[in-house]
Ligand binder design. Sequence first.
Ligand SMILES: NC(=O)c1ccc[n+]([C@@H]2O[C@H](COP(=O)([O-])OP(=O)(O)OC[C@H]3O[C@@H](n4cnc5c(N)ncnc54)[C@H](O)[C@@H]3O)[C@@H](O)[C@H]2O)c1
Length: 339
Amino acid sequence: MNSILYTHDLSQLLPIVEGYSAVFILVDSNTEKYCLPLLPEELKGKDVIIVPAGEENKNLASCTKILHVLTEKNADRHALLINLGGGMITDLGGFAASTYKRGIDFFNVPTSLLGMVDAAIGGKTGINLENYKNQLGTFQIAKNVIVNDIFLDTLPDAEFKSAYAEVLKYALIADKEMWNELNSVPETSRERMDIIKRCINIKNEITLSDPHEKAERKLLNFGHTVGHAIEGLSHEKNKPVLHGEAIAAGMMVESYLSIAKGELSEPEFIEILSKIKLFCNPANIDDFSIEELLAFMRQDKKNYKSEIRFSLLKSIGDGIFDIGISEEEIAEAIGIVLK
Ligand SMILES: NC(=O)c1ccc[n+]([C@@H]2O[C@H](COP(=O)([O-])OP(=O)(O)OC[C@H]3O[C@@H](n4cnc5c(N)ncnc54)[C@H](O)[C@@H]3O)[C@@H](O)[C@H]2O)c1
């Protein structure tokens, strides 16, 4: 399980970096500008590795750049990499650190909401190989995760809203109380930190019980079977939607499927749809055909013997996984909910 430090005082990083032979800080072009200046002075003099922002740079070229800097600076196996950024940086930095000299320690300091509630914890690292998302990756837990919601002050609104889909997802699969409490976007830092903590606790609990996604961890994929297909297709068609926008639409479809397969009640389904629409910006799929989406879903990692498998809901706060659904049922659900 990740060791997590919730703090508004980033000088708390100083004692925990002591003892490392060298400290490197990985940022992207945005987090260099907005987040690096918030680190304590003592860390600003460390070697900073900058990669261009954006998912398209979560690739081998960026990884090679990091590994070259570590090599040129003679980083040994007792060096530390601090990943300061959103999920793109924590995935990329975690991957580079876990492969350099068979693995050095890394800390994740997530700066986006998605990074805080999801990407920075749970031990999955990865990079994309051309269009294949997370094709290369490792399971390696960050030595420390430092969570400070103050970074969110500079995060673009669309990114915040997109990540809210994951917040709703956690409530839907595991925490009805949180679902009932989520009635408006958190305004104070205290409210934000409270929601982030609850999401992290859910993810930590699930990933601890099933680190390699053999069972319960699949629950975290609620909304993602249809969502990933929408996201993938949107990139293929050069009309990219944000991850959370695709997942929000995916959760709407998968909630509908849950009525038939997971026993979700119709009133709960209606409640889910209205909350998703209130908080998120579900992707518009007018330009995608259902057949194109199904083609993407046939590649989903959760499938078994060519059956498309879903994580669904029994009720709000209670998820189930490994539910096989026919392509006809999926097509019907997409048609009814999103078309
Ligand atoms: N490892 C996992 O378990 C896991 C889970 C979910 C998502 N992911 C990965 O996470 C990535 C998506 O994460 P993301 O949404 O954080 O994307 P991201 O890291 O690309 O960040 C989104 C944008 O916000 C900018 N940004 C980040 N923090 C900022 C701040 N504080 N102020 C201003 N700008 C800021 C970034 O530069 C970028 O332009 C994907 O690559 C996805 O595959 C990984």
